[in-house]
Design a binder for this molecule. Structure first.
Ligand SMILES: NC(=O)c1ccc[n+]([C@@H]2O[C@H](COP(=O)([O-])OP(=O)(O)OC[C@H]3O[C@@H](n4cnc5c(N)ncnc54)[C@H](OP(=O)(O)O)[C@@H]3O)[C@@H](O)[C@H]2O)c1
Length: 280
C-alpha cells in the first residue's frame, strides 16, 4: 500500500482504466495544456474531457507533447448534447477525434441522457456503431438514472462500460451505484469533492486530523475504497500533486461509514431527469 501506485479497474470489455484521473471541466483552453502536462508529470495517466468543455485540442496536444507513449495514457471524451441524432453523432465524433489528434479515444460517453430530447437508445445504437468502427476502445454513459439504464439494457446490445455520475459525500448515490455494479457498469464519480463544497465539513475535518491527510485526500480515498473511478480537477499545481497521493493510506471501516453517513441527497449539478440543455 505504501508504494502509492494508482490502482486500475478492468472494464466489462477487458479494457483497463486507472482509478484516478484528472478532470478538465472549466479549465480554459489556454490553460489546459499546462494543466494536463502538470498532471502527467505528477503521475496521472487518465484524462477526462468532453466536447462540451471546448478543450479537447489542448488535451491532445499535452498527450502528444508529454513524451509518454500514447498507450500509457487513458483519454475519455463525451458526445455533446447537440449531437444525439445518430447522423449528427457521427459528425461530432469525427470532430472530437480530430481535435484530440491521438487516434482512438479510450472511452467515449453519452454526456447526458436528455430524456425530453430525442431517444437516447437511438443515440446509444450510434455509439455502438462508432465503437465497432474503432473510434473508441470502450463506450459508456454519463448522468444516466436507473430508468434510463434499464431501457438501454433492454433495447440495445452493448452494456455501457461506465456510468459517470455526480457522487460525493453529500450525494453518495447508493442505489444507482449498486444498480451499476449489479449490471457490470463501473461508476465514475464526477465532482468528487463537490467542487470544494465538502472541504469544511466537521466530520471530514476530524477524519483528516485522524489520518494526517487533507480533507480532499480523505474524500478521494473514500471514493477509491467504494470502488469509484475519480478525476478531480485542479489548476493549482500543489493540489494536483495532493490529489494524486491517495494510494499510500487507507481509511478504516469506521471512517468510511462516518463519511457514508454524510449523504444528504444534495446535488451540485443538474438533475439528469430534468436537464435537457442543448448548447448552440
Ligand atoms: N459528466 C458530467 O456531467 C460531469 C460534470 C461535472 C464534472 N465532470 C468531470 O468531473 C471532473 C471533476 O469535477 P469538477 O471539476 O466539477 O469538481 P471537483 O473535482 O469536485 O472540484 C474542483 C474544484 O475543487 C478545487 N480543488 C481541487 N483539488 C483541491 C484540493 N486538494 N483542495 C482544495 N480545493 C481543491 C479546484 O480548485 P482549483 O482548480 O482552483 O485548484 C476546483 O475549484 C471534471 O473536471 C470533469 O472531468 C463531469
Amino acid at each position: 500500500m505504501a508504494d502509492n501506485t494508482i490502482s486500475e479497474i478492468t472494464l466489462n470489455n477487458g479494457v483497463r482504466i486507472p482509478q484516478l484521473g484528472f478532470g478538465v471541466f472549466q479549465i480554459a483552453p489556454a490553460d489546459t495544456k499546462a494543466a494536463v502536462l502538470g498532471a502527467l508529470e505528477a503521475g496521472y495517466r487518465h484524462i477526462d474531457t468532453a466536447q462540451m468543455y471546448g478543450n479537447e485540442r489542448e488535451v491532445g496536444e499535452a498527450v502528444r507533447e508529454s513524451g509518454l507513449d500514447r498507450s500509457e495514457i487513458f483519454v475519455t471524451s463525451k458526445l455533446n448534447n447537440n449531437a444525439h441524432d445518430p447522423a449528427v453523432a457521427r459528425e461530432a465524433t469525427a470532430r472530437s477525434v480530430d481535435a484530440l489528434g491521438i487516434g482512438a479515444m479510450d472511452l467515449y460517453l453519452v454526456h447526458w441522457p436528455m430524456p425530453a430530447v430525442g431517444d437516447y437508445t437511438e443515440t446509444w445504437r450510434a455509439m455502438e456503431k462508432l465503437h465497432a468502427e474503432g473510434q473508441a476502445r470502450a463506450i459508456g454513459v454519463s448522468n444516466f438514472q436507473i430508468g434510463h439504464l434499464e431501457r438501454l439494457l433492454a433495447e440495445t446490445d452493448i452494456v455501457p462500460a461506465v456510468n459517470q455520475i455526480e457522487v460525493h459525500p453529500y450525494l453518495s448515490q447508493v442505489e444507482l451505484r449498486e444498480f451499476n455494479r449489479s449490471k457490470g457498469i463501473e461508476t465514475e464519480a464526477w465532482s468528487p469533492i463537490a467542487q470544494g463544497d465538502v472541504l469544511g465539513d466537521p466530520v471530514l475535518t476530524a477524519i483528516a486530523a485522524e489520518t494526517g491527510r487533507t480533507v480532499a485526500q480523505v474524500v478521494l480515498r473514500w471514493h477509491i475504497q467504494l470502488g469509484n473511478i475519480v478525476f478531480p480537477k485542479s489548476t493549482t499545481p500543489s493540489r494536483i500533486v495532493e490529489n494524486r497521493n491517495i494510494f499510500d493510506f487507507e481509511l478504516t471501516a469506521d471512517q468510511v461509514s462516518r463519511i457514508d453517513a454524510l449523504d444528504a441527497d444534495r446535488r451540485r449539478g443538474p438533475n439528469p431527469d430534468e436537464f435537457n440543455w442543448i448548447p448552440e
